[in-house]
Design a binder for this molecule. Structure first.
Ligand SMILES: CC(C)(COP(=O)(O)OP(=O)(O)OC[C@H]1O[C@@H](n2cnc3c(N)ncnc32)[C@H](O)[C@@H]1OP(=O)(O)O)[C@@H](O)C(=O)NCCC(=O)NCCS
Length: 169
């Protein structure tokens, strides 16, 4: 395959159908389709959520959705179309999100994945995430999940103030 001309940008309204279809086929297969275009548009409109797409020229080949809380961020969805996998697309999306998280002062990123999702486990491990918890029945009571997390920085210590004695003369 020819080399990729990869760019990452914020998703726009017309990306919602493509993102939802990727979620249905690559993330939610066999579970029922929750992230339909209307749900994706809600996420795109949510001020605490960032939805980005990776494009090869004009074609959307991957996407990611992350919600920022006060301290922690939740990586809600991420996928790359099969013919573009193992070519660094998800790494580039994650790099974009990590940079945003650092600027936002986020202490940790967490996410969930299906227990048999070996590619995603490999991807997140390769990016410094580790398994934090098993989640029995997490996927609509039918399938277990794994929670993974990556710490970005330790919580800021409580500031201490030292009174310094003024020395005149
Ligand atoms: C998980 C996923 C997003 C990775 O996307 P990607 O663009 O292929 O990932 P990258 O090319 O950036 O991979 C970077 C590194 O992650 C690791 N990795 C990626 N895919 C892997 C796999 N199938 N098995 C083991 N390690 C893998 C490797 O270390 C890889 O580096 P390398 O290719 O030099 O060995 C992709 O496989 C995907 O879309 N899967 C279906 C949807 C999904 O499961 N999403 C995550 C849960 S929401």
């Amino acid at each position: 395959m020819a080399s990729i001309d990869l760019s990452v940008r914020l998703a726009i309204d017309s990306d919602a159908e493509t993102i939802a279809a990727m979620s249905r086929d690559l993330i939610e297969a066999g579970l029922g389709w929750q992230y339909r275009p209307s749900r994706i548009r809600e996420l795109m409109a949510d001020r605490a959520t960032v939805t980005i797409v990776g494009c090869d020229h004009d074609r959307v080949v991957g996407f990611a959705v992350m919600t920022f809380g006060d301290e922690r961020a939740h990586l809600v969805l991420m996928a790359v179309v099969p013919e573009y996998q193992r070519r660094g697309v998800a790494s580039e999306l994650l790099r974009w999100l990590l940079e945003s998280a650092v600027v936002a002062g986020t202490t940790a990123i967490h996410l969930e994945l299906r227990e048999h999702n070996v590619p995603a486990l490999g991807f997140y491990r390769a990016h410094g995430f580790s398994e934090a918890r098993e989640l029995p029945g997490y996927y609509r009571g039918r399938e277990a999940g794994i929670r993974m997390a990556r710490v970005l920085r330790s919580r800021a210590p409580v500031p201490t103030f030292r009174r310094t004695r003024r020395v005149d003369g």
